[in-house]
Design a protein around this ligand. Structure first.
Ligand code: GLV
Ligand code: MN
Ligand code: MN
Length: 421
């Protein structure tokens, strides 16, 4: 048995802080939307660090980046880890980035200790996890796992009409490697919890059992534009009034099914968006989530009929299309157990936990044994510039990741000077 060293808390923290400078916001967070120039800068930095750590980098057609540390037996499928470098418009320094840089820290630690593994280890940066710009979310891992087609993902458009494919080419990350279609031995993703449970309990590690289902919709409400001064109130077909009633009614649906469903209208556009014109059309998004897929479907039907009723009452037209549908996911019991075991071995407190957020790991669970490692974040705040985490908790998560990756990647033909695992 090889003694597995600890990861370097300081190096991990410094890397996170250096990455956080790219797209830093005045409020202390990061705004680095997928496939912008800032995303390119972050990707370039990761690629440089990965190559400096001796990895071979390959980029696939959807822009996923794979940094490969060779294994003792290169014919074996890689054990993968990773997450995303893109953020919300006013996002934090850790959501996604921690998972990528924890993977890199594992590689650096293995290198320093001269430890070889049988399977190669690959650290992945998935393209456009957040969906903040192209509205789909987990685009790269959805394509990699075959859950969505590569062409559909490349054709996604941002609100300005730019396609994901064109933006990928523009920033130089439309790679040549085929998307997916390869064996993966296992996948682990380290992530901040993005919720309050671990911190409130004083627990360091969350062994993630699964994630709730999610259905997203795009709703267009159409009425008629008119003069704000001349059109009497009883003759208006005000699309924003309809949308406002719908937002309130959707919120009430979540409360009726308390405590589980969460329903969010996070984006709303008004046409023509002028102070003295009655709004003629409104487009808004709905993000709905629940751990039970059947209940999520019932909530979906209720949301649709409620919006239809409101539209009818106000003589408005309604189009509600589903933009994404992800079933709930259970992670592989052996991978969950491996996280628990590693936490125990390292002397960290650990509890089982369910993920409220979606993750690339949820897609990977469809094609390979998958697990996730959560660490606490301050007050559970995420998708917010204030998102924060403690260096020691992040290092604890990276240590657990190191253990589970080494366990899965196995003892290998040691490279010169390396110890066996
Ligand atoms: C990912 O950030 C999500 O919205 O769950
Ligand atoms: Mn994330
Ligand atoms: Mn996120």
């Amino acid at each position: 048995m090889t003694r597995i060293p600890r990861t370097d808390e300081r190096r991990l923290w410094d890397s996170l802080m250096e990455m956080a400078r790219i797209g830093a916001t005045p409020g202390g967070g990061v705004g680095r939307l997928a496939l912008t120039d800032l995303d390119r800068e972050a990707r370039d930095l990761f690629v440089r660090w990965a190559e400096d750590a001796g990895c071979t980098v390959r980029i696939d057609r959807i822009g996923n980046i794979f940094a490969r540390r060779s294994g003792g037996d290169e014919s074996l499928p890689p054990v993968m880890t990773g997450s995303h470098l893109d953020t919300q418009p006013l996002g934090g320094r850790f959501d996604g980035i921690f998972g990528v840089l924890a993977g890199l820290e594992v590689v650096r630690t293995l290198n320093d200790a001269g430890i070889a593994t049988r399977h190669p280890i690959e650290v992945v940066v998935w393209t456009d996890e957040e969906g903040a710009r192209f509205r789909a979310g987990t685009a790269g891992s959805s394509a990699f796992t075959g859950l969505r087609s590569v062409d559909d993902m490349l054709a996604l458009r941002d609100p300005d009409g730019k396609t994901l494919g064109a933006e990928l080419a523009r920033i130089g990350y439309a790679g040549n490697a085929p998307v997916g279609g390869m064996a993966v031995a296992a996948f682990f993703e380290a992530h901040i919890e993005q919720g309050p449970i671990l911190e409130a309990e004083g627990t360091t590690i969350g062994a993630v059992q699964g994630a709730q289902g999610q259905r997203c919709f795009l709703v267009t409400v159409e009425g008629e534009e008119g003069h704000a001064g001349t059109m009497p109130m009883d003759r208006r077909r005000d699309a924003l009034l309809g949308a406002a009633r719908m937002v309130d009614a959707l919120n009430a649906i979540a409360f009726r099914h308390r405590p589980m469903p969460v329903i969010t209208v996070g984006s709303l556009r008004v046409r023509p968006d002028s102070p003295n014109t009655i709004p003629g059309a409104v487009t808004f998004t709905i993000d709905s989530r629940h751990p039970d897929d059947a209940t999520l479907d019932r909530v979906g039907a209720e949301m649709r009929s409620t919006c239809e009723d409101i539209a009818r009452d106000l003589d408005l037209a309604l189009v509600m299309t589903e933009t994404s549908h992800r079933a709930s996911v259970s992670f592989d019991p052996d991978c969950v157990e491996a996280v628990r075991r590693a936490a125990a071995r390292l002397g960290h407190t650990c509890r089982d936990i369910y993920s409220g957020a979606g993750h690339d790991a949820c897609n990977m669970a469809h094609i390979t044994p998958t697990g996730m490692i959560f660490v606490p974040c301050e007050k559970g705040i995420s998708h917010n510039e204030k998102e924060n985490a403690r260096p020691e908790d992040l290092a604890a998560g990276a240590d657990v990741l190191l253990h589970v990756l080494v366990e899965r990647a196995g003892a290998g033909a040691a490279s010169p000077g390396a110890s066996t695992v």
